[in-house]
Design a protein around this ligand. Structure first.
Ligand code: 5GP
Length: 175
């Protein structure tokens, strides 16, 4: 089962990026090409029946599987990046972190009005990042049609913050 395989491959890093946090390090997954292919296939399988015009991936770990997922679904990939990295004109969203604020942005011509967008990231924690990404997508007149993660930390209740946008929330492994 893919969930067991993901859980046995991901590495827990204690006290990263700060004391008290147990970080799920997904880089060991990238050393296993067969698992990478399976993850991409299973992510796509979960999304059967959902209308998707575009996959939007969140910097940086959303860029590891997001483009492969978009290619498998035969739709474009759009990068959502931390502020200051995208070269063309952008729209931005700021959101609160535990300490301070973060800003993400997307090219202003990345999406067409009415397009149905699947947001992909490696991991759902509190949901703050993908809520900001959802607002960006809506700022461009597009619609969030689903969320797809490799891992969801269910104990942090991020799903509750996403449900107002869409209840189509998928992950392959949850804790
Ligand atoms: P959230 O905004 O849901 O609280 O945090 C999710 C974002 O932070 C994602 O972009 C994700 O990549 C990153 N993140 C937070 N905690 C972890 C973790 O334990 N492992 C990994 N791989 N990413 C994390």
């Amino acid at each position: 089962m893919i969930e067991t395989k993901i859980k046995s491959t991901v590495r827990d890093v204690i006290d990263f990026p700060k004391p008290g946090i147990v970080f799920k390090d997904i880089t060991p997954i990238l050393k296993d090409p067969a698992l990478c292919i399976n993850i991409t296939r299973e992510l796509a399988e979960q999304l059967k029946g959902i209308e998707i015009d575009v996959v939007a991936g969140i910097e940086s770990r959303g860029f590891l599987f997001g483009p492969a997922l978009a290619q498998l679904l035969n739709v474009p990939f759009v990068p959502i990046r931390k502020v200051g990295k995208l070269p063309y004109k952008t729209v931005q969203q700021s959101y609160d972190l535990e300490y301070g604020k973060a800003t993400i942005e997307v090219h202003e011509d990345a999406l067409l009005k009415g397009q149905k967008v699947l947001i992909h990231d490696d991991l759902l924690a509190t949901g703050g990042t993908v809520v900001a990404a959802s607002k960006l997508i809506m700022q461009l007149g597009a619609e969030v049609t689903g969320y797809s993660f490799i891992i969801a930390l269910d104990f942090l209740k991020g799903r509750l913050r996403l449900e107002p946008y869409t209840k189509q929330i998928f992950s392959l492994a949850s804790y």
